[in-house]
Design a protein around this ligand. Sequence first.
Ligand code: HEM
Length: 200
Amino acid sequence: MNKGGIEMANILGNFNRASLVAGILLVLVIAIFHGGVMDIAWVNAFLRFAHVLVGILWIGLLYYFNFVQIPTMPKVPAELKPAVSKYIAPEALFWFRWAAVATLVIGIAIAGAPQQAYLVEALTFQSGYALIGLGMWLGIIMAANVWMVIWPNQKKALGIVEADADTKAAAAKTAMMGSRINFILSFPMLYCMVTRGVIG
Ligand code: HEM
C-alpha cells in the first residue's frame, strides 16, 4: 500500500480520529455558511442539528435492535450467543440509553429556549403546539421506557446484574416488549418532529 493509503487507514481505522475529521468538516460547513451570523437563531439551529444527530444515534440503535438483533438472536448458535450478549449488546445499550438522554435534554432545551419558549404550551397541547406536544410526549414516554423498562431488564437478561435463569428469561421478554413498544411509537413521534416545522 502506498503512503497515502496507510495514512487514510490510520484515520479511517480509528474511530476517534474519524470522529475528529467529522467534527472538522462540520466546523468548516458552519464557517462557510453561518460564520458571519452566529447569533441566537444560529444557536437554535445548532441545537436542532445536535438534537437530530443524537436522535439518529438513539433511534438508529432502536432500529438495530428491532430490525437486526432481536430477530437474528434465535438463529445464532448457543456457543456464539455470548459474543452478542456479552460484547455487542452492552455496548449498543450504552450508546442507546445515553443518546436517549441527550435527545430528550436537547429537545426540551429547544422548546424551552427564551427565544420561543413554548415548552408548557406544547406539553399541554395548546393550539398551534399540539403536534410538537404529541411528538414530545411520545419521545418522553420512549425515553422513560428506555431507562425504566428496557435497561433494567436488559441488565438482568444480559447478566450485568445477578439473576436466576427464570428471572433472566422473563426480563429478556419484558425488555423485548419495551423495545417493540418504542419501535411502534417511533413512527408517529418522528412524524410529529419533522412535519411541525413545515406544515405546523
Ligand atoms: C425524547 C424526546 C424528544 C423531545 C422532547 C423532542 C423535542 C423536539 C422539539 C421541541 C423540536 C423542535 C420543533 C420545532 O419547534 O419546530 C424537535 C424537532 C425535531 N426532533 Fe425532536 N424531540 C424528542 C425526540 C426526538 C427523536 C428521538 C428524534 C429522532 C431523530 C427527533 C427528531 C427531531 C427532528 C428531525 C426535528 C426537526 C428539526 C428541525 O426541523 O429543525 N426528536 N424535537
